[in-house]
Design a protein around this ligand. Structure first.
Ligand code: HEC
Length: 123
């Protein structure tokens, strides 16, 4: 009886070793995403647009509402005009102190999203 149970434990231990070895064999890499998969740009989500617009608040006021300083507000600005000014800044075709550098950090889709955001803000 005693000897039998020892054998049973030994067999059990071997089974555990074998099964853990099987579990450790590397699983094949997950198939990579198809090349044509287009992932949503997090910057273009509503929260992402608000976060981008927050980068402008220090100079153009919260939500583009000018605090009345020398720098114009962006709230209520026509979205087409907005996007065009951003393109001009980015291309260096509109004179600027800081805006060229800032505009270079954004894509055309982001200009459009920011333009829609500021156009919707009250002046
Ligand atoms: C450090 C201050 C600063 C920050 C931050 C800033 N701007 Fe400006 N912005 C300016 C200044 C100054 C001008 C005037 C042009 C110049 O000198 O660069 C301007 C001009 C503009 C204009 C043209 C306004 C008009 O009436 O024609 C737009 C549009 C604009 N900024 C958009 C933005 C956006 C969008 C952001 C955020 C992504 C931003 N700015 C962040 C300082 C800033």
């Amino acid at each position: 009886m005693r000897r039998r149970s020892t054998t049973a434990i030994a067999i059990l231990a071997m089974a555990v070793v074998v099964s853990s070895a099987v579990a450790q064999t590397p699983t094949p890499a997950a198939p990579s995403a198809p090349a044509n998969l287009v992932l949503a740009d997090p910057n273009l989500s509503p929260a992402g647009v608000r976060a981008m617009a927050a980068n402008c608040a220090g100079c153009h006021g919260t939500n583009g509402k000018s605090a009345g300083g020398a720098i114009s507000g962006l709230a209520g600005m026509d979205r087409e005009y907005f996007a065009e000014q951003m393109r001009l800044f980015r291309a260096g075709r509109r004179e600027s102190t800081v805006m060229r550098q800032i505009a270079r950090g954004f894509s055309e889709a982001e200009f459009a999203a920011l333009g829609a955001f500021f156009a919707a803000q009250k002046k």
